[in-house]
Design a protein around this ligand. Structure first.
Ligand code: BGC
Length: 445
């Protein structure tokens, strides 16, 4: 492939991955902002829960219609609409006069996140050539982690004045860039071929690859479209059923192994572990956020080289191991300074292990393993399951800590992690270096 074309491809992927920045920022920002919102509006614990989980509820809603919309409207048009929704909803959150209007605005933010969380990886997978698809799609996960750590930094720097409205409103800036940029990006050639718009698809493919490959790719897509199943009901054929189980399993396990207890509550965990002040605890979480970004970069480098399966299997072992240690550190009740170190190191190891495995690979796999005809709908199902599980974990974590204590809670996630390892070992296929059409034909065999 010519290098100019490769650069173009990277630019297109990176620009659309701005959707991931918004996903990360808007889910991460509330952890710091809620402290001040609580004061301003005098919120009860129930209302706090409402404001915090509103985004997750919205994301469940957004992902439930994202699939159908992306098949009907096209990937590009849907992403542009999503960018507008991000702009309007973040401004509405920043200006909300009371807790109800704030919760409603946050539901809207959540809807945008839900749509973006599935349509961004879908779009990137469909414009990517097989040899670098893992890396390009996972730019979205990298963007999510950058969004999360940016939200921590913004929270930290605006904390002194308690400027929560700025914390929430600032995400309109990347949303404007995202929306404007998407106008200039091409539509997914795979979606265009499905609409019978081969010439437009060829024109776009030629910007990314040479003529021979472009023609071959169109032929390939056409062949798979011809033998496509026509509706999701046909998901119930054995091979599609298996693909559905894999997507759902990865969706649930990505959340039930506990990542967002760390992403949303790490200051709380650090306080449990005896951190001397709230700001030390917030600094600890910035450390975790940075490790998350760094390890995701390593994953980007490895995904197309060593493949998806080895990374999944090694990463999950790391997650289970660090959760067990974390549980022990609370169980043994070491004196405080030792405990703060052990908790920090095991949380960092846990986050890094997630970032090379279930983090990027869940989103990557669901963009790869479904046939074109139902890709949008099938990804939607996996994405809904992911956000529902996320909501469940976010809502139950603090109560679990209260009733089971931290040790048992983290060991519970470790046990689920062991289940996740076997699930991946026996069910998840290797998709490295295969075109989306090859993956589809493999399933049918
Ligand atoms: C997950 C999010 C999580 C993030 C952390 C994503 O893959 O879907 O729930 O907060 O990774 O980096």
């Amino acid at each position: 492939m010519k290098s100019g074309k490769t650069i173009y491809l990277y630019l297109v992927a990176a620009f659309s991955a701005l959707g991931g920045i918004l996903f990360g920022y808007d889910t991460g920002v509330i952890s710091g902002a809620i402290l001040f919102i609580r004061q301003d509006f005098g919120l009860s614990p129930f209302e706090i829960g409402l404001v915090v989980s509103a985004v997750l509820l919205g994301a469940v809603l957004g992902s439930s219609f994202a699939g159908i919309l992306s098949d009907r409207l096209g990937r590009k048009r849907l992403l542009i609409i999503t960018a507008f929704l991000f702009i309007i909803s973040s401004l509405a959150s920043a200006l909300a006069p009371g807790s109800i209007s704030l919760a409603l605005a946050r539901v809207l933010v959540g809807i945008a996140i839900g749509v973006a969380s599935m349509s961004t990886p879908l779009y990137i997978a469909e414009i990517s050539p097989a040899p670098i698809r893992g890396r390009l799609v996972s730019l979205n996960q990298l963007a999510i982690t950058i969004g999360i750590v940016t939200s921590y930094l913004v929270d930290y720097s605006l904390a002194e004045g308690g400027h929560w409205r700025w914390m929430l409103g600032l995400s309109a800036v990347p949303a404007v860039i995202f929306g404007t940029g998407m106008f200039f990006l091409p539509e997914s050639p795979r979606w265009l071929v499905k609409q019978g718009r081969d010439n437009e698809a060829r024109h776009i493919l030629l910007k990314m690859t040479d003529e021979k490959e472009a023609n071959q790719e169109i032929l390939d897509i056409k062949n798979t479209v011809l033998i496509q199943v026509k509706s999701l009901a046909e998901m119930m054929t054995p091979w599609l059923k298996r693909a559905l189980v894999i997507g759902l399993g990865l969706a649930i396990l990505q959340q039930f192994t506990g990542i967002n207890t760390v992403i949303y509550y790490s200051p709380v965990i650090f306080e449990f572990a005896g951190y001397p002040s709230a700001s030390a605890a917030i600094l600890g979480s910035i450390g975790i956020g940075t490790i998350n970004v760094a390890a995701t970069i390593v994953a980007l480098w490895l995904l197309d080289r060593v493949g998806r399966r080895p990374l999944l299997l090694v990463g999950i072992v790391g997650m289970v191991f660090s959760l067990i240690i974390l549980g022990f550190s609370f169980f043994a009740e070491y004196h405080s300074s030792m405990m703060t170190w052990i908790s920090l190191i095991s949380l960092m190891l846990y986050t890094a292990s997630f970032a090379i495995s279930l983090g990027p690979i869940f989103w990557l796999m669901i963009s790869e393993i479904y046939p074109l005809e139902v890709r949008g709908q099938a990804m939607s199902i996996a994405t809904i399951a992911n956000w529902l599980s996320n909501l469940l974990i976010a809502l139950s974590f603090l109560s679990l800590i209260e009733y089971l204590g931290p040790s048992l809670t983290f060991w519970l996630y470790a046990i689920i992690g062991i289940g996740a390892w076997f699930f991946c070992y026996f069910l998840v296929p290797e998709t490295k270096q295969k075109t989306l059409e090859e993956i589809e034909r493999n399933w049918q065999k």
